[in-house]
Design a binder for this molecule. Structure first.
Ligand SMILES: O=C(O)C(=O)C[C@]1(C(=O)O)C=C[C@@H](O)C=C1
Length: 178
């Protein structure tokens, strides 16, 4: 019993700590997006390996979480450049696999209205997406493959809108209507 109280206290501390980290991370993302826009406008490459090494040396740290921060910046900065409609063609399973890959990022929840084909599931899993059939989550975005809201799958072609690609990095959950 005593242990449970101790765990709950520690969890409360952890929650406060996480809240502070999240606020700092949001601030960091804001700054890296500004850097990303300058790079984009001047045709500079997104990754700057030298700068990453300099950051590590100035901070005297080899903490692997620094690499995670750099990757997060690169993910954010890339999504500033990639806002274009995407049209793919191929057999249905390849298209579903590609859709799963593009929809997913680590931890994203993909609520679906019915059981999904194996190919879509495989694409999602490969990029860390979690498929939930039904699901009570209020989604950050709704993709209706039939009406073409954000994306459309018709015969041998798949369309994914620039609007979805641009917003992808901000989403934690999507509802996918098949
Ligand atoms: O300094 C930059 O050029 C950034 O874009 C920032 C940042 C970082 O997150 O610290 C991100 C990516 C680069 O590879 C190097 C550093």
């Amino acid at each position: 019993m005593v242990h449970f109280i101790e765990i709950e206290d520690l969890r409360q501390d952890l929650l406060e700590n996480t809240k502070s980290i999240l606020a700092l991370l949001e601030k960091r993302r804001e700054i890296t997006r500004k850097i990303g826009k300058i790079k984009h406008n001047n045709g500079l490459p997104i990754r700057d390996a030298e700068r990453e090494l300099r950051v590590k040396s100035e901070l005297c740290s080899n903490n692997p979480l620094l690499n995670v921060l750099f990757e997060a910046s690169i993910f954010d900065q890339q999504s500033l450049n990639s806002a274009m409609d995407l049209r793919l063609s191929g057999d249905k399973d390849s298209l579903l696999f590609a859709l799963g890959l593009i929809l997913s990022k680590p931890g994203i929840i993909i609520c679906v209205n019915r059981a999904v084909p194996r190919s879509l599931e495989a694409g999602c899993q490969l990029n860390g997406g979690h498929i939930v059939v039904g699901g009570n989550v209020t989604p950050d975005a709704v993709i209706d493959l039939k009406t073409g809201e954000l994306a459309k799958l018709e015969g041998e072609s798949l369309f994914i809108s620039a609007a979805f690609i641009e917003s992808r990095h901000r989403l934690n959950s999507v509802r996918l209507l098949l």
